[in-house]
Design a protein around this ligand. Structure first.
Ligand code: C2E
Ligand code: CA
Ligand code: CA
Ligand code: CA
Length: 285
């Protein structure tokens, strides 16, 4: 791992030898890595577009591989998903993230509105029998209000899910946990299917924000995002946009009525303390 800016990690260079470690090798090392606590979490702020305040942060897992440096989740989450290790790994991420949210709240970071933490849930976890009971137990043990947790499930996973698979999410939503439709716009939802999902938030995929990068923005992309935002709001869904990298994008997305945003323009993923820096108001507390 190369530390940059003091406390930020660069993921292993795609051209380095880390690229060449076989999937098989990584897969066989995963269980021991969990045992040896080689995983860690970075947090990326979610910013309210209306006033620039931080509403929460997304937990993003990384693997500090003892020989190959820091590996990004795209390298190992699909493998963990395949072997089923995603269930204990996902539970570990949830525990860490929920504890972290508690700590932020106890320290008063986020001001009067409690900070939320977003945790990614893979399709395999969605089918895991104990999802509801474990999530409830983790929240209770930490003393975190369910509304301070948002579970992110990809649009494509939710669209594929049948009613039985949606039940645990409905149950969690009934308990106050927020559900976000991740990577929205890549999964070919139709209007009818959106209505049956227990989601409170739609996370617009980065591919949509990219078209708004030029100045002037691509007029078709503008219309598409405008339409999605109107649709989401009509269905009572909040809209978070991913991958905001420039001030021009942020301004456009704000004009289009997006509720919150996430991206390098605001902050890169970083250690839990970096959220304090993202909130100058709370830094002195
Ligand atoms: P995601 O849920 O769509 O997360 C957003 C990804 O976009 C993150 O990549 C984040 O670092 C990156 N990103 C944020 N802002 C920007 C930006 O302005 N520009 C660009 N180009 N990228 C940006 P990351 O951390 O590599 O994570 C990749 C994926 O791995 C995530 O995509 C998520 O699907 C998965 N993942 C991460 N942590 C977990 C986890 O704990 N459990 C599960 N099941 N999946 C996870
Ligand atoms: Ca996500
Ligand atoms: Ca996403
Ligand atoms: Ca994505």
């Amino acid at each position: 791992a190369k530390a940059r800016g003091g406390n930020r990690y660069e993921l292993a260079d795609p051209d380095s030898d880390a690229r060449t470690i076989s999937r098989h090798t990584l897969t066989t090392h995963l269980p021991a890595a969990l045992e040896n606590e080689e995983f860690f979490i970075e947090y990326q702020p979610l910013v309210r577009m209306a006033d620039g305040s931080v509403e929460g942060a997304e937990a993003l897992v990384r693997w500090a591989h003892p020989r190959h440096g820091v590996l990004g989740p795209d390298r190992f989450i699909p493998l963990a998903e395949h072997t089923g290790l995603i269930v204990p790994l996902g539970r570990w991420v949830l525990e860490q993230a929920v504890r972290q949210a508690c700590e932020w709240q106890v320290r008063g970071i986020g001001g009067t509105r409690p900070l939320r933490v977003n945790v990614n849930l893979s399709p395999r976890q969605l089918r895991h029998q104990e999802l509801v009971s474990e999530t409830v137990a983790v929240l209770r043990d930490a003393g975190l209000d369910p509304s301070s947790l948002c579970l992110e499930v990809t649009e494509s996973a939710l669209i594929r899910a049948d009613d039985d698979e949606l039940k645990p999410l409905r149950r969690l939503a009934d308990l106050g946990v927020r559900i976000a439709l991740d990577d929205f716009g890549t999964g070919y939802s139709n209007l009818a299917s959106l209505r049956r999902l227990p989601a409170s938030t739609l996370k617009l995929d980065r591919s949509f924000t990219q078209g708004l990068q030029q100045d002037p923005a691509d007029p078709v992309d503008l219309k598409v995002v405008d339409g999605i935002v109107s649709l989401a709001h009509a269905l009572d869904l909040a809209v978070t946009v991913e991958g905001v990298e420039t001030a021009a994008q942020a301004a456009q997305l704000r004009r289009l009525g997006c509720d919150s945003a996430q991206g390098w323009y605001y902050a890169r993923p970083g250690p839990p303390e970096s959220l304090v820096c993202a909130m100058p108001m709370a830094a002195g507390q």
